[in-house]
Design a protein around this ligand. Structure first.
Ligand code: ADP
Ligand code: MG
Length: 502
């Protein structure tokens, strides 16, 4: 126990073990001055009071086998003992059918035990944490930093137990509040913000003897690092090696540059399949179940595909996401809202995001193995000398660009049809140095080189964009994972206008 947050974690886990459905937490001065945990759980038997804070006192091991199964959150009987040594500890508690008791503890001993009137449940009050350990105190951050660490601990527990109502207050500020209504998207907003949580995707996986349920953010709400990742196993917040990498893998193609979706993942696994002893504080676990990681990747890809495939405006019925006869001719009607190209195709109306489609085309073209044939330019384009000469040579060669090298500049003489002239800034050396890998440089190059709202668009350009787009291997998303097209079928329109009722 090295800081208020780790003490708070132990106290919360005790309340959860005692089947509390409401847990209220108060902190003063980052938890150092006071930490108070109020729960409505089972309470403590009066006979147990004298022993509560002795070393290895636990009510949670009835059989020697329990040690292995570790089905409750804490089982070492050390938390209250440790707290009684490094703080002023007081506990009030009442169990159904018994009278309430209050005790103060110091150095592992109960100093005073008195009867007290209290509703069912337990109140644990920790004051002056680490008062006897000035070195430990110096190592702590400011009270708002310590409160933020406490908030993280509570948040992890609250997401692992959506059916428990939590409140966390620091002084008179409420840092967290959850209703215990088991509604994960509401709770997720406490970590990710309302907007991101509102469009998160539920994930449910049933393995042979394990299950996973949770939420994933859309790829475009992915972030670098693990801040938005909350994993729990059998109600215990944990970190599990490999999860972030798995999610990243599952989303490759939809998002890049080291980001991964934020996620709440709640595993339910037979207790004997959890290796909790990977780490002394039990915060890192390994699962001994076959194939969970592959299934997670597979299911994540599935739900992202259904999200990012071509969505329809259809109101009813199952839609075959990818069914759009791309090879049929389209008519270009015009452009709306600055960026959406409107096409018709037989019984469909299609809205194409011009920028996203053009980005996709360019992205695939830039990454193509064999560069498309270059067409000579009527007036060659002069570009400044690159800083990384060999890098630019390699990239331009790969893109199928033809050029002449002069001592003061390079002259581009031919370009493949789908690379617009302004895409030549793609290989801007500064950008390339920062690019993590070739794909990323393609992605940012495609973004900068592609058509955007405000640029010229006419029927010929629209048709050529359409033709380029339908040849893409993965037409439904732009390189950043955003949607490229929407469709409205005649049927849907008729239903929307209530010409049809089925
Ligand atoms: P452990 O949780 O490993 O058993 P602790 O030192 O955390 O050890 O707690 C010691 C004992 O105190 C627990 O086994 C439990 O019987 C009792 N206890 C602690 N907190 C609570 C609580 N909030 N509600 C009911 N009993 C509690
Ligand atoms: Mg405990």
């Amino acid at each position: 126990m090295d800081r208020p947050a780790s003490a708070l974690k132990e106290l919360i886990e005790n309340s959860i073990d005692a089947h509390a459905t409401q847990i209220d937490l108060f902190l003063a001065e980052g938890g150092v001055q006071e930490m108070r945990v109020v729960d409505n759980g089972d309470g403590i038997h009066p006979d147990d009071f004298p022993l509560l804070a002795t070393s290895h006192a636990t009510s949670k091991i009835r059989h020697i086998g329990d040690l292995e199964f570790a089905s409750t959150l804490g089982f070492r009987g050390e938390a209250l003992h440790a707290l009684s040594v490094v703080s002023t500890l007081r506990i009030r508690s009442r169990r159904d059918g018994f009278s309430g008791m209050e005790a103060s503890f110091s150095g592992g001993e109960a100093t005073e035990i008195l009867p007290v009137g209290i509703t069912k449940g337990t109140v644990v009050i920790v004051q002056d944490l680490f008062h006897s350990l000035p070195a430990r105190l110096r190592f702590l951050g400011s009270s708002s930093e310590e409160a933020a660490r406490c908030r993280k601990v509570v948040l992890d527990h609250l997401l692992a137990h959506p059916q428990i109502a939590f409140t966390l207050k620091h002084g008179n500020r409420t840092l967290l509040r959850s209703g215990g209504n088991n509604h994960l998207p509401d709770l997720a907003s406490l970590s990710w913000g309302q907007e991101v949580a509102a469009c998160a995707l539920p994930i449910e996986i049933k393995g042979e003897e394990w299950a996973l349920s949770g939420l994933l953010t859309r790829p475009d709400h992915g972030i670098r690092g693990k801040k938005g990742l909350h994993v729990s196993v059998n109600g215990r917040p944990v970190s599990m090696p490999g999860i972030n990498a798995g999610l990243k893998k599952a989303c490759s193609g939809w998002m890049g540059d080291g980001r991964s979706p934020q996620a709440i993942l709640r595993f339910t696994v037979p207790a004997d399949r959890v290796d909790v002893n990977v780490h002394p504080t039990k915060s890192r676990v390994a699962l001994r179940v076959e194939g969970w990681s592959d299934l997670l990747i597979q299911e994540t890809r599935k739900s992202l595909t259904s999200l990012l495939g071509l969505p329809s405006l259809s109101l009813g019925g199952e839609i075959e996401q990818r069914h759009l006869p791309l090879d049929k001719p389209v008519g270009y009607l015009g452009i709306v809202f600055g960026t959406f190209l409107v096409f018709t195709q037989e019984d469909e109306l299609i809205l194409l995001d011009g920028h996203a489609a053009s980005e996709r085309v360019l992205y695939e073209e830039l990454g193509a193995q064999a560069p498309p044939a270059a067409q000579p330019l009527l007036s060659p384009i002069e570009t400044p000398l690159p800083i990384q000469v060999s890098h630019r040579r390699a990239l331009w060669k790969r893109l199928g660009i033809l050029w002449e090298e002069h001592p003061t500049h390079w002259l581009v003489t031919a370009l493949p049809p789908h690379i617009p002239a302004h895409a030549l800034s793609i290989t801007d050396a500064e950008e390339d140095e920062r690019a993590e890998d070739f794909r990323e440089s393609l992605r940012s190059g495609a973004c900068r080189g592609s058509w955007r709202g405000g640029m010229e668009m006419n029927s010929a350009l629209a048709q050529s964009l359409w033709n380029g787009w339908i040849r893409c291997q993965d037409p439904w998303t732009c390189p950043h994972g955003r949607r490229v097209a929407l469709r409205l079928q005649r049927d849907d329109a008729e239903r929307l206008f209530q010409r049809k009722t089925d």
